[in-house]
Design a protein around this ligand. Structure first.
Ligand code: IPD
Ligand code: CA
Ligand code: CA
Length: 261
C-alpha cells in the first residue's frame, strides 16, 4: 500500500497533541478497574483514544483500528490498521509517576509499517517507518553497541495477572543475573521500554504478555534502529504475537536463550 509522504509527520503531530492532552487532564482523573484490581482505565485513556481515532480516520480514510479500550474494527490482515494505545503506563499516570506515553502503530496487510511514540513528560518523540530509520525528536537513533549480556541493562514488565506469568518473569530475571547483567528495570510502559531499547538506553527488553497496542509502534522503532524483535519462543514478532523479546543484534541470541518461554 502506498502511504502518503506526509503520513509520519501528521501522525507525529497528532501524538504530540495527544500527549499534551494527557498532561492537561492528570488532575482530578476518574479511575475505573477493568478485568482486575491492578488493571486500570481512566477517563483520559478513553478521551485520548477517541481523539486519536477521529483524527487518524481523517488522516488515512478507510483505515481500520485495533484500540486498547475500544477493541478492533478489522482483522490483522486489513489493508491499513492503526494499532493504538492512547495511554501506555496508566498505573504510572494514576500514581503521578512521569513515565507514560501515547503509542500509535500502523500495520498494512499484517506488516508493521510505522510507529510513533510520544513521551510528554520528557517531550521525546520516537518515530520510524519501515525502511527509513528511527528517530528521536528528528535525530537518528540506534540500539546499544554492547557486545554481550555482561554489564547489560535489561527491562521487563509484569502483566496484571499475578500467577504463572509473574513466576516465569521472576525466574527469567534470576537467570539473567547469572549471566551477569548489570541491572533490571521495570518502569511500567512497554512502548517506552521498546523505544529505550531503540535509542540504546536499555540493551534489551522482554515481557511475556502484552496487547499488540503495547508493542506495535515500538517494534517498528526498534527494528529501524537496528535492533531485533521476536516472540517469547524466538519466533518472528507479528501483530498478534502477544509478547516480545527485543534487543540489539549482538545480544539477541543470548537474551532469547535466557528468557525464552
Ligand atoms: C501496560 C504497560 C506495562 C506493561 C503491561 C501493560 P497499560 O500498559 O505497558 O509496562 O507491563 O503489561 O499492560 O495498561 O498501562 O496501557
Ligand atoms: Ca499498554
Ligand atoms: Ca493503555
Amino acid at each position: 500500500m502506498q502511504l502518503p509522504d506526509t503520513l509520519l509527520s501528521q501522525v507525529a503531530e497528532l501524538a504530540r497533541e495527544a500527549g499534551r492532552f494527557l498532561l492537561s487532564c492528570r488532575d482530578g482523573i476518574s479511575i475505573a478497574e477493568k478485568g482486575g484490581a491492578h488493571n486500570l482505565v481512566t477517563q483520559a485513556d478513553l478521551d485520548c483514544e477517541n481523539l486519536l481515532c477521529e483524527r487518524l480516520a481523517e488522516i488515512l480514510p478507510h483505515s481500520q483500528f485495533l484500540r486498547e479500550e475500544g477493541g478492533a474494527t478489522g482483522d490483522h490482515s486489513s489493508l491499513a490498521m492503526w494499532i493504538i494505545d492512547p495511554l501506555d503506563g496508566t498505573n504510572n499516570y494514576v500514581h503521578g509517576i512521569p513515565q507514560f506515553c501515547v503509542s500509535i502503530g500502523l500495520a498494512c496487510a499484517g506488516e508493521l509499517e510505522l510507529g510513533v511514540v510520544y513521551d510528554p513528560n520528557r517531550d521525546e518523540l520516537f518515530t520510524a517507518q519501515r525502511g527509513c530509520g528511527a528517530f528521536l525528536n528528528g535525530n537518528p537513533i540506534q540500539v546499544s553497541e554492547r557486545p554481550n549480556l555482561q554489564n547489560s541493562v535489561i527491562a521487563t514488565g509484569f502483566y496484571y495477572d499475578r500467577g504463572d506469568l509473574v513466576k516465569r518473569t521472576l525466574a527469567a530475571i534470576g537467570r539473567l543475573f547469572d549471566e551477569p547483567i548489570r541491572g533490571i528495570r521495570r518502569f511500567g510502559s512497554a512502548a517506552l521500554d521498546l523505544c529505550w531499547v531503540a535509542c540504546g538506553r536499555y540493551d534489551g527488553y522482554f515481557e511475556y504478555r502484552l496487547g499488540a497496542w503495547d508493542y506495535a509502534a515500538g517494534a517498528v522503532i526498534v527494528r529501524e534502529a537496528g535492533g531485533q524483535c521476536c516472540d517469547r519462543e524466538g519466533q518472528p514478532l507479528v501483530v498478534h504475537s502477544g509478547n516480545v523479546i527485543a534487543s540489539s543484534p549482538q545480544i539477541h541470541v543470548d537474551l532469547v536463550r535466557v528468557v525464552r518461554w
